[in-house]
Ligand binder design. Structure first.
Ligand SMILES: [Zn+2]
Length: 507
């Protein structure tokens, strides 16, 4: 039996689609993780849903993966600069907590969002503060090899010594300078040079500080990812992921220092994958203090986290997505329809691979209690097999999740396919999409329509407005009736007038 379609991924290094095969039995995958100084907003979570899709694609193809996602709890300066204050120290001062409390609090919030979004846990979540000793050794090795120079403000990487610097960004030096932000550092030789170690200014004592050959201070931001990825995945590994905002600076610098450190003339990492931004235009979703809307804001508004995941997967990871209330409403409605349709097919086989899906269909025995006597036969098998191959083609085409969703929906409408075949197709699609189609209750999944979630006082307010509107209508006071309708709509209430009276529901 063939292994199906060849997995092809868009490599930012060279900006082209390439065939992906793991270089060893286990594919090494590193994803740049969060800086834990505030709650993640919805856009912050897109890179992890994307990396999760990649993991599911590899699992589907039968490739074992070792996945590392880092937690940045030191070194990330405000404005991504070399000279600014540390983001965690700023947050600690603002919230009057210790940096440890800040880190613990927001790491926990990040993990909660990962779990809510049904993201497969990484094998390791290393924290930067646990690797400072290794970072110092790494920087000392670069110094020994002559890639650095020392300034009063710290130890700098000399990018002019790095052949091919910035190849990932595909920008000229002027563009690189732009990407390096306007960040004046006295004595810096090239504008693209970056700090490996940030030495304390005289008279200023950092909250997080370590002793080093270059004085007391803290590591530069880029260092941790090189050190922790090599420490946990080996010197060279297969795939590095992150948001597209990392492509022009953070990842360029990771590559420069890592290849200088290794010095073996080989590319450090073979594949660099970047997800596009999420644009925020969700005027109806309350903004959390100091940031964009969070997953918690969505769930409080009655949306299920899987609706947000479905919204993301409805676009390709390399496309910008505009987050609007209408778009997430549509995703919620699609989720509900999918769950309602799939619920009678349960239980579904879990974590299907292409090989397992084909084997189930070939055996014609998908599970107890289904299919027998339901007009299920070789013809239906063939239809299901066709859909499984379509799913394989879609995931192999640079993780085309919109196509996977479309294929799933098509199979659910197809009169030619039998219950057993459909179970395999639905399970295969969900192994790739991770929408919890195998277990989520359709009624639980959409709480927006559930009036029982409203407090009695809220219901009383709504009923009073509805009564006022009915009175205005009886008195033919249309402007007043329209005004009340607008007020109800602003509360998220949909009003429908029927011959039997006025009905309302939560939108
Ligand atoms: Zn990183």
């Amino acid at each position: 039996m063939s292994t199906g379609h060849q997995l092809r991924l868009y490599n930012s290094l060279g900006r082209r689609l390439e065939d992906f095969t793991p270089s060893a039995g286990v594919a090494g995958l590193y994803s740049c993780g969060p800086t834990v100084y505030s709650y993640p907003h919805l856009g912050n979570m897109r890179p992890y849903v994307f990396a999760d899709t990649l993991r599911r694609a590899l699992r589907w193809k039968g490739t074992a993966v070792r996945h590392v996602t880092n937690i940045t709890d030191v070194g990330h300066a405000v404005a991504d600069s070399d000279t600014g204050e540390d983001k965690l120290e700023v947050a600690a001062a603002r919230e009057r907590r210790s940096v440890e409390e800040i880190s613990a609090r927001y790491t926990e919030a990040f993990f909660a969002d990962l779990a809510a979004l049904n993201i497969l846990p990484a094998d390791e979540y290393p924290r930067a503060t646990a690797y400072v000793k290794q970072m110092i050794e790494f920087a000392a090795s670069l110094e020994e090899k002559g890639f650095t120079y020392l300034l009063p403000s710290g130890l700098y990487f000399d990018t002019s010594r790095s052949p091919g610097y910035g190849a990932l960004a595909m920008m000229d030096v002027a563009g690189q300078r732009e990407a390096a932000r306007v960040d004046y550092v006295q004595g810096r030789r090239n504008k693209t040079d970056f700090a490996l170690w940030r030495t304390e200014e005289p008279g200023v004592r950092r909250v997080m500080r370590w002793d080093s050959p270059w004085g007391w201070g803290a590591p530069g931001w880029h260092l941790e990812c090189s050190v922790m990825s090599m420490g946990l995945l080996g010197e060279h590994f297969d795939i590095h992921t992150g948001g597209v905002d990392h492509r022009e600076l953070h990842h360029v610098n990771e590559i420069a220092q890592s290849e200088a450190y290794l010095g073996d003339g080989r590319p450090w990492v073979r594949f660099w994958l970047h997800n596009e931004f999420l644009l925020m235009n969700a005027e109806k979703i309350a903004k959390s203090a100091g940031g964009g809307p969070r997953l918690a804001d969505l769930t409080q508004a009655g949306y299920h986290p899987m609706a947000y995941r479905l919204f993301l997967l409805g676009g390709h990871y390399r496309s910008q997505l505009d987050f609007t209330t209408q778009a997430v409403d549509a995703a919620q409605a699609t989720l509900r329809r999918l769950l309602t349709r799939i619920e009678p097919l349960r239980p579904l086989p879990e974590a299907l691979t292409l090989r397992a899906a084909r084997a189930l269909l070939a055996a014609g025995d998908v599970g107890a209690g289904y299919g027998a006597g339901a007009g299920y036969g070789a013809h239906a098998d063939k239809a299901a097999a066709g859909y499984v191959e379509q799913l394989d083609a879609a995931i192999c085409a640079d993780l085309a999740t919109p196509k996977i969703l479309a294929t799933l929906q098509e199979s659910l409408r197809d009169p030619e396919i039998g219950g057993d075949g459909l179970r395999v197709v639905a399970a295969a699609a969900d192994a790739l999409l991770g929408l919890r189609l195998s277990g989520l209750d359709p009624r639980e999944a959409d709480r927006r329509r559930s009036v029982r979630d409203l407090a009695p006082a809220q219901v009383a307010v709504i009923e009073r407005l509805i009564a006022g509107r009915s009175r205005a209508r009886e008195e033919r006071d249309w402007p007043r009736a329209d005004q009340i309708r607008a007020e109800l709509e602003s509360l998220g209430i949909q009003v429908t007038d029927t011959p039997a009276g006025t009905a309302w529901e939560l939108r």
